[in-house]
Ligand binder design. Structure first.
Ligand SMILES: C[S@@+](CC[C@H](N)C(=O)[O-])C[C@H]1O[C@@H](n2cnc3c(N)ncnc32)[C@H](O)[C@@H]1O
Length: 210
């Protein structure tokens, strides 16, 4: 398995290019923003995992008490902080961290957000369990994740080759059914799930900690 510093440097190298890319499917992104916002409350303390360059956290900040965006890549976090420094919301902050970072306190969060991230973790059950621990009782996991296991044979062939050349990260090939089942197996009640794009396999899931 790649080390944390190897993973961070992979994403560091991509960060400026990632920040400059337009959103691939603006309608699906907007739908995900709307469905996420429907669950957020003004008093919520929110943590986003794998926040990238922070755009989504900054858009949600006006609708919550506080949001912390976190990402393994210091360069992604530098870009997120640049956005904060140029007129960003005062109730957001960003830190370079993985989900197991000890600065995240158990039971501290009303909502954990994670978008386009959970397919990149080696141990999905352990990461979901960690999210469960970070949430207050009744807290929400709100996630949207590409379910690469439903995307046919091409990713299974291409990703290992790209990884061998340092051109792709680790990717977990779970299906939509397996992803939703893993959320339930981690102790969440699935309150909402759905697809926000006309085509594609990114599953949006809202799970509530019991
Ligand atoms: C595909 S990008 C998604 C970024 C953002 N959430 C979005 O939807 O645009 C995946 C992000 O996960 C971060 N990442 C990868 N592995 C991570 C880990 N183990 N812990 C925290 N962040 C990680 C990467 O640095 C990258 O910013």
């Amino acid at each position: 398995m790649p080390t944390a510093s190897f993973k961070a440097s992979f994403w560091d190298r991509l960060a400026r290019k990632y920040a400059a890319q337009p959103i691939a499917d603006a309608a699906a992104y907007e739908k995900t923003l709307q469905r996420t916002r429907a669950w957020l409350k003004p008093e919520d303390t929110v943590l986003e995992l794998g926040c990238g360059t922070g755009s989504t956290a900054i858009l949600h900040a006006p609708h919550v008490h506080h949001i912390t965006g976190s990402d393994i890549s210091p360069e992604m976090i530098t870009i997120a902080n640049e956005k904060l420094d140029t007129g960003g919301p005062a109730n957001a902050d960003f830190i370079a961290a993985t989900p197991d970072d000890t600065r995240f306190q158990a039971g501290a969060y009303d909502v954990v957000l994670t978008f386009n991230f959970l397919h990149l973790v080696e141990d999905l059950p352990a990461t979901l369990q960690r999210i469960h621990t970070l949430l207050k009782p009744g807290g929400l996991l709100i996630a949207k994740t590409p379910c690469v296991g439903d995307m046919g044979i091409m990713p299974r062939l291409a990703v290992p080759v790209m990884r061998a050349f340092g051109r792709a990260p680790f990717v977990n090939f779970f299906s939509k059914d397996r992803f939703a089942a893993a959320v339930a197996e981690a102790g969440f009640t699935v309150e909402e799930s759905g697809l926000h794009a006309a085509t594609g396999h990114s599953l949006f899931v809202v799970g509530q900690r019991g």
